[in-house]
Design a protein around this ligand. Structure first.
Ligand code: IMP
Ligand code: MG
Length: 181
């Protein structure tokens, strides 16, 4: 698995610091709110697990799964809901927890869908952001780091469902995805 990684971009320790800072900020901003953290599966599962342990106020969690990429490294144009939320979100302050904001199309679609269910508020927390790749007007309210336009894997992020279990963020060797596209 390590042979497929060109170089490490963020170590486990760097990620821990970034996630702790986000958790502190969110805990301050959401005290006295009805916080529901919504993790977008599967990429954000590692981030979610770490982030929620840095939340020091009462909160609930839920999960949603979408599919749009297949095994390609760019957006295919459609978003499918593979798993919906378990509850009615009226009156909840939703915090969408996403691994990476790229074109923005996935979250743009999800925001419209969730707003229609009348939550008290919706904000986005993304660990990574690729702002120069954005195709729709969407911004994260909480953001870990802006990353260069390279395909990254690890810490939950995959390429063709692999590499999610790497504890760091690495840049995938180009030959890995070029040979299969
Ligand atoms: P968007 O709709 O283009 O913003 O898609 C965001 C989703 O694409 C993320 O939740 C990831 O699942 C996936 N994605 C985008 N860039 C990367 C990357 O560099 N590595 C792994 N997954 C990525
Ligand atoms: Mg994802």
């Amino acid at each position: 698995m390590m042979n497929d990684i060109d170089h490490i971009l963020y170590s486990k320790e760097m990620l821990e610091g970034i996630v702790a800072d986000l958790g502190k900020q969110i805990s301050e901003d959401y005290k006295d709110r009805k916080l529901l953290m919504v993790s977008i599966l599967k990429g954000s599962v590692v981030f979610m697990a770490d982030l929620m342990r840095h939340i020091t106020i009462p909160c609930e969690i839920d999960f949603m799964a979408t599919s749009s990429y297949g095994s390609s490294t760019s957006f295919s144009g459609t978003v499918r809901i593979l798993k919906d939320l378990d509850r009615d979100i009226r009156d909840y302050d939703l915090l969408i927890v996403e691994d990476i904001l790229d074109s923005g199309k996935t979250l743009n679609y999800l925001m419209d869908l969730l707003y229609a269910r009348n939550p008290a508020s919706i904000r986005i927390c993304t660990l990574f952001d690729k702002p120069e790749r954005r195709q729709v007007d969407i911004k994260a309210d909480y953001k870990g780091i802006s990353v260069p336009d390279e395909f990254i894997v690890g810490y939950g992020l995959d390429y063709a469902e692999k590499y999610r279990n790497l504890p760091f963020i690495g840049v995938l060797k180009k030959e890995i995805y070029e040979k299969s596209e």
